[in-house]
Design a protein around this ligand. Structure first.
Ligand code: URA
Length: 212
């Protein structure tokens, strides 16, 4: 697994406002958009492109465009949805699929409650959107699913990550797939309720309000 922690003053500034508990949902959503655009810039550094011939008003030239099959963007419901706009603004021709994952309170296993993904991911580059890489259980289950369906490369965009989450991915996935995690910050770790510390609280609640 490759890890890319983006170190940039603009990212750090936006992240600081995002973390602040006084920041209202509307500002929080705009900041997530902006942060995701900055993360996308780094996350797509190796996206597959192919040469194309075009004509400028002055002369013919060769440029590049994203190759087929198009990259697939997969927000993990619910909080990953908050990252989708930022990503699709940067990569409007990408396809979008959805995965809903939750922990079964009895078995503590991660289960999939929603799945709108192509069955065959052969040759696909998949960009997973999950703002909080906390224990890593959800992301490991997602990556396992994508490996089973033959994804070629998996890039996970997380606003925050923890050493525990990264270790979990390393331990469970190892070198079985080409996986990269791109994050705006590596936080200290988890508290007793598995919240990221210092973190930003519950990302879904801060994006969309509390749903009981
Ligand atoms: N999910 C969140 O929304 N926040 C955390 O701190 C951990 C997991």
């Amino acid at each position: 697994m490759h890890l890319n922690v983006i170190e940039h003053p603009l990212v750090e500034h936006k992240l600081t406002v995002l973390r602040d508990k006084k920041t209202p949902s509307s500002t929080f959503r705009s900041l997530v958009d902006e942060l995701v655009m900055l993360l996308t810039y780094e996350a797509t550094r190796n996206v597959a492109v192919e040469p194309v011939e075009i004509e400028t008003p002055v002369a013919p030239t060769t440029g590049v465009m994203l190759s087929e099959p198009r990259p697939l963007v997969v927000p993990i419901l619910r909080a990953g949805l908050g990252m989708l706009d930022g990503m699709t603004q940067m990569m409007p021709t990408a396809e979008v699929g959805f995965l809903g994952m939750r922990r079964d309170e009895n078995t503590l296993e991660i289960e999939t409650y929603a799945n709108r993904l192509p069955a065959d991911l052969s040759g696909r580059e998949v960009y997973v959107l999950d703002p909080m890489l906390a224990t890593g259980h959800t992301l490991v289950a997602t990556i396992e699913y994508l490996i089973e369906h033959n994804a070629k490369r998996i890039v996970c965009l997380c606003i925050l990550a923890t050493p525990e989450g990264i270790e979990e991915i390393d331990k469970k996935i190892g070198d079985r797939a080409d996986v990269t995690v791109v994050t705006a910050a590596m936080d200290e770790g988890l508290n007793e309720k598995s919240y990221i510390v210092p973190g930003l609280g519950d990302a879904g609640d801060r994006l969309y309000g509390v749903v009981d």
